[in-house]
Design a protein around this ligand. Structure first.
Ligand SMILES: Nc1ncnc2c1ncn2[C@@H]1O[C@H](COP(=O)(O)OP(=O)(O)OP(=O)(O)O)[C@@H](O)[C@H]1O
Ligand SMILES: [Mg+2]
Length: 252
C-alpha cells in the first residue's frame, strides 16, 4: 500500500465564537512525512478531527487522491484510507495484543467471528502478525492489552491503524506522556514503519528536536491558520515562526 495525496481546501471550523480552523489550505504529497506544529490551542487536533470526520467542517473540503471525503461517515473515511490511532486497549482491555488487533480488524470490516471456524480467521491473524512485526509487538502478542506499558499501548493503536492499510496516517502527538528514551524509541519506530509502508504520514508534535530530526516538511499553525510551511531548516530560520512559536532561545 502506498501513500495517498491529502488535500485540505479552505477548511474552516468555528465553535460558537471561537474560530479553531481558519481557512486552512494544505497539501500533503504521497509518501511524505510531515509535522504539524503550533502553540497550544492553535487548532492542530481540530484539523485532524475535520479530516477524520470526528467533527463536521463549517466549510471547506478534504480530498484524498482527488476524491472528496468531507462529511463522510467516520468509518467510511477510514475505509477510504485515512488512518488514525484508535484507543485499542480501551476497546478490548482483556484481549491479548494479537486478538485485539484481530477483533479491531474484523469490527472495521464488518466481519463477525464464527465459533465454528475459530478465532481469529487465518487471513486476519496473518495481517495482525504483519503489523505486530512492523511495530515491534510480536513478543507481546499473548499479553493482555491492559497490561501493556503506555508506549506499547500507543504502538498497538498504531498497529491497528496500519492493519487497516491506510494511504495516509495521522498521528496526534504519538510521543505524548513518554520519557525521553521511550519517546525516541517511538519516533524511530514511526519513522521505520513510514519507510516500510511508503505511506503519507502527518504527525502533530510539540518536541522540536523530534520534528527537526525526522520531518521532511513542517506546517506551522497559529490561531487556527497556517502561519508558515517549509522544510525544518526553513522554519527554524523563519522570523514569524521564531517570534510566534519557537521563542528567542531557538533563534540562531
Ligand atoms: N469541541 C470544542 N468545543 C469548543 N471549542 C473547542 C472544541 N475543540 C477545540 N476547541 C477550541 O478550539 C481551539 C483549538 O483547539 P485544538 O484542540 O485543536 O488545539 P491544539 O492545537 O490541538 O492544542 P494542543 O497543542 O493543546 O493540543 C481552542 O481554542 C479550543 O479551546
Ligand atoms: Mg491537540
Amino acid at each position: 500500500m502506498s501513500g495517498g495525496r491529502l488535500q485540505l481546501q479552505n477548511l474552516r471550523k468555528s465553535f460558537g465564537g471561537v474560530v479553531a480552523t481558519d481557512d486552512v489550505s494544505l497539501t500533503f504529497e504521497p509518501g511524505t512525512l510531515s509535522a504539524i506544529i503550533g502553540p497550544n490551542g492553535a487548532g492542530k487536533t481540530t484539523l485532524f478531527h475535520l479530516i477524520t470526520g470526528k467533527l463536521p467542517v463549517s466549510s471547506g473540503r478534504v480530498l484524498l487522491d482527488d476524491a472528496e471525503i468531507t462529511g463522510l461517515d467516520r468509518r467510511d473515511i477510514v475505509r477510504r484510507g485515512i488512518g488514525r490511532a484508535f484507543q485499542v486497549a480501551n476497546l478490548f482491555p482483556s484481549f491479548t495484543v494479537a486478538h485485539s488487533l484481530a477483533a479491531g480488524l474484523m469490527a472495521h470490516e464488518g466481519r463477525t467471528a464464527s465459533l465454528f471456524r475459530g478465532f481469529p480467521p487465518k487471513d486476519i491473524a496473518a495481517r495482525a502478525e504483519e503489523v505486530m512485526e512492523l511495530c515491534g509487538l510480536t513478543h507481546l502478542a499473548a499479553t493482555e492489552s491492559r497490561h501493556l506499558s503506555h508506549g506499547d499501548q500507543k504502538l498497538l493503536d498504531i498497529a491497528l491503524a496500519l492493519a487497516l492499510s491506510p494511504k495516509v496516517l495521522l498521528l496526534d502527538e504519538p510521543t505524548a506522556g513518554m520519557g525521553p528514551d521511550e519517546r525516541w524509541r517511538m519516533i524511530e519506530r514511526v519513522h521505520k514503519l513510514w519507510e516500510a509502508r511508503g505511506l503519507t504520514l502527518v504527525f502533530i508534535e510539540h518536541d522540536m528536536d523530534i520534528v527537526f530530526r525526522i520531518a521532511q516538511s513542517v506546517r506551522v499553525l497559529r490561531y487556527g491558520a497556517v502561519l508558515a510551511q517549509g522544510t525544518p531548516e526553513e522554519m527554524r530560520r523563519n522570523p514569524a515562526v521564531i517570534e510566534a512559536y519557537l521563542g528567542a532561545e531557538h533563534a540562531l
